[in-house]
Design a protein around this ligand. Structure first.
Ligand code: PAF
Length: 284
């Protein structure tokens, strides 16, 4: 039976009474099959006797565009039904705005891994993510926390925060879940029109076409980026545009000057106002 708690005090006292190990799956709701896979991975990790906690909170401080926050889907009852169906033990569903004091002034900031990719085009986004994730870790004090690898920059930053701030939680990255046509599952997909959704496989296709150049021994990052750009923009719909397209070292997330170690080709693209991210790993 799923327990629902809306306050920090309530969820803390509930979790104290529930068995260990405990695994947390932080989400912003609008759950899809990708989230359900995270919940299943959490259950697998803690076993039938352990505790699976999901948090559902649309974190206002990680949105850089007011319009994006306003339009973020929030089908709470649907989400809770899915949690129930997946055998989640506790849903932490704080009320909008309730997790931050009016005069809150402390945030978590990274100074390296967030310099490029989404960190460069969404100022303050990762400060918001790291701050809420650390708060959730402090509130829930779980043994494990599970995140999707789709948001690979977010995952790298969370690993870094846990390492640098000695946070006592084990982070588990779960593989990206894709539709049959290659589109990575995302809560934002439901904001696409039918035409935009039908076109969206172009993103993973473009990244894969660029990645395949590795078989030729190509080491110039620009060649990969230009190939991906070409495929992204070829016969594109009018409302499609590239936010960023970068090839970065897979550990430091800094742009590379030569492909000699594993790297990640990553992009964010817009269909109108809907922003989708995706990436592909390249092993030289
Ligand atoms: O990936 C997300 O859904 C969010 O960034 C997270 C980790 C739940 C923090 O709000």
């Amino acid at each position: 039976m799923l327990q629902r708690h809306a306050t920090v005090a309530d969820v803390r006292s509930a979790l104290k009474k529930l068995p260990s190990p405990q695994a947390l799956v932080p989400t912003m709701g609008a759950l899809h099959e990708g989230h359900l896979e995270l919940l299943r991975a959490a259950r697998k990790k803690v076993g039938p006797e352990g505790t699976v906690v999901v948090s559902i909170f649309v974190n206002p401080i990680q949105f850089d565009r007011a319009e994006d926050l306003e339009n973020y889907p929030q089908p709470l009852e649907e989400d809770l039904a899915l949690c129930e169906q997946e055998g989640v033990d506790v849903a932490f569903i704080p009320k909008a705005g309730s997790l931050y004091q009016k005069d809150h002034s402390v945030i978590v900031t990274d100074s390296l891994l967030s310099r490029h990719l989404c960190g460069a085009t969404r100022p303050g986004h990762f400060d918001g993510v790291l701050t809420i994730v650390l708060k959730l870790f402090n509130i829930c004090q779980s043994d494990y926390a599970i995140f999707g690898k789709k948001d690979f920059q977010q995952l790298a930053l969370i690993h870094r925060m846990v390492r640098d701030l000695d946070v006592p939680v084990e982070i588990i990255g779960h593989p990206t879940v894709r539709e049959n046509d290659g589109v990575a599952l995302s809560s934002r997909n439901r904001k696409l029109t039918a035409e935009q959704r039908a076109d969206a496989p172009r993103i993973q296709r473009a990244l894969a076409a660029a990645r395949d150049l590795v078989t030729t021994g190509e080491q110039n990052p620009q060649t990969y980026i230009e190939a991906a750009r070409h495929h992204l923009l070829k016969e594109k719909p009018e409302d499609f545009s590239i936010d960023y397209l970068e090839l970065v070292d897979h550990l430091t997330l800094q742009p590379i000057s030569k492909l000699t170690a594993p790297a990640t080709l990553a992009t964010a693209c817009f269909y109108g106002a809907v922003r989708l991210i995706d990436h592909i790993e390249i092993y030289p």
